[in-house]
Structures are given as structure tokens and as C-alpha cells.
Design a protein around this ligand. Sequence first.
Ligand code: HEC
Length: 373
Amino acid sequence: MNSRIQSILICCIIVKKNDEVGILSGNVYRAPSRGRGIVSTEKKEFIREKTSVSSLNVNGSTTERMRTWTRRMAGVLGRISGRVSQISKKGYNHIQNKFSTFSLKEVSTSKKLVWGSVGLVGTGGVVLLIGLERSVAAEDLVLHPTPLPWSHNGWFQALDHASIRRGYEVYKQVCSACHSMQYMCYRNLVGVSHTEAEAKAEAEEIMVTDGPNDVGEMFQRPGKLSDRFASPYPNEEAARAANNGAYPPDLTYITGARHGGEDYVFALLTGYCDAPAGIVLREGQYFNPYFPGGAISMAQAIYNEVLEYADGTPAYASQVTKDVCTFLKWAAEPEHDTRKEMALKAVVLFSFLISPQRNKLFLRSVVVARENR
Ligand code: HEC
């Protein structure tokens, strides 16, 4: 369908172009005689020679010539589009017939009017929708995060696992003071950022309430691989009470839960600045242009050297933020790497399922594209 419309358009353009230079409408013959009276027979012959295309019917009427040209161009374009879109022989003939007889003149004025107004209304509607959408987006007082060149961007890029490991350190040492990650277990770290022994050691650092034991009492024991990350507060009320009424959200799925994902979290963590004149912050609020409304109840958490990395990476604020964002991205999408690997396999596998005829055409087009380069 697309190629059909394309071909019609190209055809119209060619007809229009040729009309301008006078090949089709025969202006070349009429123009001189109009300007300077009768043109000599030699001159006519000369012009005819210059403008004629070997097998074109020069002597025929204007419409006749136009038809021939249109038909020829339609033939060429039809063949090209026929190859590209694999149109069946029947459909191809049908389209070619349509091209050869197609003319805007045959379309009645009322039809032209109807289609013209449909086009106008349609375009107007789309513009209106975009405008409305934009105006809504412009309403909230918020700076949009810059899209960053993450190493895991792209179809075939995996997450940076060294970064995930450092990000875990950042979460543990900085964010976990206020934020829970209650859907993460220590066993999730195994094979991703930590070895089993390391993950066990991490788990054992926390104390978990377990029980009841054989005398019916709850007891405390060191964490196991199957335990979840410990939450800093026993419940939401306690969390709010400790944070000026604001609830520090659980961070497990935060990159999936906010527009802009890890770009947003990065921008938020590094975006603190002085409030501009006219913005009044309440007690315990800070200004961050990336946070909707600008007033956030989380103080700036990341500074240069806010922690020391075990692997010796210099802990600049941007590095720390990048690492924690990569960690959060993995937490929200633990299937990230597997998904991309599967996609890669699927592309390879499914390419064999495409018909041999298509493959041949595809290869031919690659060869042609290469030759033309
Ligand atoms: C001192 C406590 C504290 C620390 C430490 C802290 N946060 Fe927060 N965080 C909060 C509070 C409180 C909120 C809720 C802010 C609000 O709703 O105004 C919050 C909100 C957030 C939000 C959600 C913003 C939104 O769009 O709703 C993200 C993301 C976040 N913090 C990430 C982090 C990360 C990552 C770290 C560690 C580098 C961290 N926070 C450290 C207290 C903290």
C-alpha cells in the first residue's frame, strides 16, 4: 500500500517536472511561434530532435504523450515497488493498470473537495492533539532529565556488573539509612555482583527476627541468603515520622516507577541547587528542579567521596550516582541481560525462517547497496 502511494507521488512529480520543461505539454513547440511568429521548419526540426526521446511519440497529441510517459514511468516504478514489496503478479498488473490510467483530472471536484477537507481536518486534529499533549506536559513545574549514554543502552549491551557491585555498596552505606528494598533477597546478588560466599557474608551482617522457637519465643539470628534486605523502618508511619512526614519510597522498582528511569534518578541525585527567588521551602525541604514541584524532603545524599569503594574506584559524586543507578536499574529489571541475549538469539534464529526468496532479494539489495556506496 505504501509503495503504491509512493509510486503515485513520484509519478505525479515526474509528470509535473517534465511538464515544466515542456517535454510533455509541448510548450517547446508552441512557445517560439507565440513569441516570434512563424518558426522556420529547420528550427522546428531542431527543437523536435533535441526534445524527443527516441521511442517517444513526439507527433502525437499532448495527452497521448503524457499517457505514454506516465505509463512508462509507472511501469518502471511498478517494477521497482513490485520487487521491494513482493507484490504478486496479479496485484502488480492491477497496480500497473491503475497507474497507467491514473490522472487527477478524472477525479471529480466534489471528491477532491471531500478528500481535501478530510486531509485538512485530519492534520488539524493531529496538530491539536500534539498541542494539547504539550500544554499538559508543560504544566507541571519540573525539569526533564537529560538522557544519558548508559553503557547498557542499546539492543545488545549488558549491564555493567562491576558498577552493580559498587552500586550495592552505595545503597548499603548511603540510601539504606532511609530507603527499603524489600523485594530484594541476598541470594539475588549471587552470580550477578557477588559470589555465593560473599553474598552469604553480606546477609550475615543483618539480624533477622525468626521464630517462634520450641518454647514459643521469637528470636534474632544472622541473615541467610534467602532473607530480604533489611528495611530501615518497621512500617510506613515510622518512616514518615522520621522524615518530616515524607515517605522514602521502596527503591526496588524505582527506575521502573518514574518517568525517565535511571536518567531521572541520576538527575535527581545530582540536581540539588539553591532555590530560586520566590520559592519558599518549608522546614526539612530542599530544592531540586527535577522533583515535581521542586521541593523535596530528601536532603542531598551524594557528595564526592561520600564512601570509599572496596575496589579502589575514585568515589566522585557522578561515579557514585552512576553506580547506584545501575544497581537500581538491575534491581528493577533483573532479567535485563537475559532478555537482550534472548532477543539476539531470536533475531539469528528467525532470520532463517524468512522465505528463501526473500533472503535472495535481501542479499541482492545488500550487494546493490554496497556497489552503490
Ligand atoms: C536521609 C534519608 C534519605 C537518604 C539517605 C536517601 N533518601 Fe531518597 N528519599 C528520602 C525521602 C524522605 C524521600 C521522599 C521525598 C519526598 O517525597 O519529598 C526520598 C525520595 C527518593 C526518591 C524518589 C523521588 C520521587 O520521584 O518520588 C528516590 C529515587 C530516592 N529518594 C533515591 C535515593 C537514593 C538512590 C539514595 C542513596 C544514594 C537516597 N535516596 C538516600 C530520604 C532519603
